[in-house]
Design a protein around this ligand. Structure first.
Ligand code: MLY
Length: 265
């Protein structure tokens, strides 16, 4: 299918070697996703990692789940792999002597939490333990090298996975840069982050892969598709302009540009 992003052609044209699969904290094959939309489970609150909360599956893409904490609003959705170590069936927290907590920013009076909890769990669709897949082992050390190619979550648009290159390595940290995008989306993370995948992971897991941006190769064209976010909303400048830059020059907003739920159009 000409026009659709293809790693083999891309690497032939631009050079670069895929990071070996042994670099990643990912299983040999992407895990099966047996969850259904609407199922409830326990997850740690991404904004308050010490609390375990109730979450509902509100979307999914391949082995990734879009989760919303019950009692929170829809602006703090987050994504987790089905083999993420911080997802558990309902009951796990209590079994281990813990108490389920309201999410940060609980919409109601804190005193109403016990009653709310009881109400949301009554008759709820609970994710069965068979959906939860054991977390893969952590590679012993950081074996990423500068220039290696990978697929990485765009943390400003966490529903997106994009072609990326290791820009720097420092002890257990790596610098992830997104191909064809200026620095606005880059980040440092640990080598064992679950947001990093080997080349080909999206194709085998059934997750969409974004095409690279256009930096340095202005005449690459990709066919229009729902996962292509750039067409039509980028000013006719020779290089992509990040939403963060646009916000500064247009209007200051009160929305948190870095909240996991906000989308950088
Ligand atoms: N709507 C945004 C999307 C940016 C996504 C960048 N990722 C893929 C690195 C834009 O066109 O700026």
């Amino acid at each position: 299918h000409p026009g659709i992003f293809n790693w083999t052609d891309y690497l032939t044209e631009h050079g670069g070697k895929p990071a070996p699969v042994t670099c990643f904290k990912q299983p040999a094959a992407p895990p099966p996703n047996n969850f259904c939309i609407g199922m409830k489970l326990e997850a740690s609150d991404p904004r308050n990692l010490t609390s375990t909360c109730i979450a509902t599956v509100v979307g999914m893409q391949g082995p990734r789940l879009r989760l919303r904490l019950d009692g929170s609003d829809n602006t703090n959705d987050f994504w987790r792999l089905v083999d993420s170590g911080d997802l558990h069936p309902i009951g796990y927290c209590e079994k281990n002597g813990g108490l389920l907590q309201p999410p940060l920013g609980f919409r109601m009076n804190p005193s109403s939490w016990p009653h709310y909890l009881q109400k949301i769990l009554n008759g709820a669709l609970l994710a069965p333990s068979s959906c939860f897949i054991k977390e893969p082992p952590t590679p012993q050390r950081n074996t990423f090298q500068v220039g290696m190619k990978l697929e990485a979550v765009d943390r400003k648009n966490p529903h997106l996975i994009c072609p990326a290159t290791i820009g720097a390595v420092n002890k257990d940290q790596i610098h992830v840069t997104f191909d064809g995008w200026r620095g606005a989306f880059d980040y440092w993370c640990r080598y064992d982050s679950r947001d990093l995948f080997p080349v080909g992971w999206c194709a085998t897991s059934g997750h969409p892969l974004q095409p690279p941006g256009h930096k340095g190769s202005s005449n690459i064209k990709y066919s229009k598709g729902e996962q292509i976010m750039r067409s039509g909303n980028v000013a006719p400048s020779p290089l992509p302009v990040s939403n963060a830059q646009l916000t500064i020059t247009t209007k200051p907003t009160s929305t948190n540009q870095n909240s996991p739920g906000s989308s950088h159009l």
